[in-house]
Design a protein around this ligand. Structure first.
Ligand SMILES: O=C(O)C[C@H]1C=CC(=O)O1
Length: 92
């Protein structure tokens, strides 16, 4: 099953730059592992925002929830998930 997720990240004003850098490093590792295993098919930055669109290829809603809630930044994310189906006009 394919899902599109939009993630908007907002860190608390009080969070130090050092802590933010630690979150970013942990996030990069987690995200890289998902991409290497094929669970995350794609990730794109939203221009001008600390947000992304990413596509997940997972067995079911439960697997997607486990993946999303495992992101180190999850407590600071607003996530909107859209289930995807084949488009009849797609040529690939
Ligand atoms: O930079 C981001 O968009 C935040 C975060 C969410 C997934 C990921 O790889 O990084």
């Amino acid at each position: 099953m394919l899902f599109l997720a939009r993630m908007d990240v907002t860190f608390p004003e009080s969070m130090s730059d050092e802590t933010k850098a630690e979150f970013m490093a942990r996030e990069k590792e987690y995200s890289g592992n998902l991409q290497r295993t094929g669970k995350m098919r794609d990730i794109w930055r939203v221009v001008g925002e600390y947000s992304n669109y990413s596509v997940y290829d997972v067995a079911d809603n439960d697997e997607l929830h486990a993946i999303l809630s495992g992101f180190p930044m999850y407590p600071y994310m607003k996530i909107k998930v859209t289930p995807l189906a084949q488009h009849p006009n797609a040529i690939k």
